[in-house]
Design a binder for this molecule. Structure first.
Ligand code: IDP
Ligand code: MG
Length: 139
């Protein structure tokens, strides 16, 4: 069993899509290990996305991520990291495959409805960032 960090981003929470996305999470066989509603500060968003601090979209991205409520989740499943990335689809909703969450719910490359860790190292960092004590593999 593996864990990943997932987020329902502000654009999706604002449009009342959290229930549909949580239903998909359960339907895909994930166990919700931890979940919290967060209105993050700009500083929290900057810390979370520190890996992107040199990118031109860093300012707008962290402003958007701190603009409204998000739902942060620790999810467990076999191959959780890869499976959640597959369920979300490509970063740009316009390029995401049919049936993926970003294709269905994303508004733009920035406001793309969901987040998911991309590798074990980032999953460990992101889980710990929002859920102290929750690790990649745990009871
Ligand atoms: P990912 O979320 O699919 O892993 P990343 O490249 O890690 O994609 O980018 C993190 C987030 O930054 C994206 O989910 C999206 O919200 C935003 N983002 C990525 N690329 C762009 C861009 O070119 N313009 C605006 N926002 C972007
Ligand atoms: Mg990423």
């Amino acid at each position: 069993m593996e864990r990943t960090f997932a987020m329902i981003k502000p654009d999706a929470v604002e449009r009342g899509l959290a229930g549909k996305i949580l239903s998909r999470i359960e339907g895909e066989g994930f166990r919700v290990v931890a979940m919290r509603l967060v209105k993050m500060t700009k500083a929290q968003a900057e810390g979370f996305y520190a890996v992107h601090c040199e990118r031109p979209f860093f300012g707008p991205l962290t402003a958007y991520m701190s603009s409204g409520r998000t739902i942060v989740l620790a999810l467990e499943r076999e191959s959780a990291i890869k499976h959640w990335r597959d369920v979300m689809g490509a970063t740009d909703p316009a390029k995401a495959a049919p049936g993926t969450l970003r294709k269905e719910f994303g508004e733009s490359i920035e406001r793309n409805a969901t987040h998911g860790s991309d590798a074990p190292g980032t999953a460990a960092f992101e889980l710990g960032y929002w859920f102290p004590g929750v690790s990649l593999h745990g009871a």
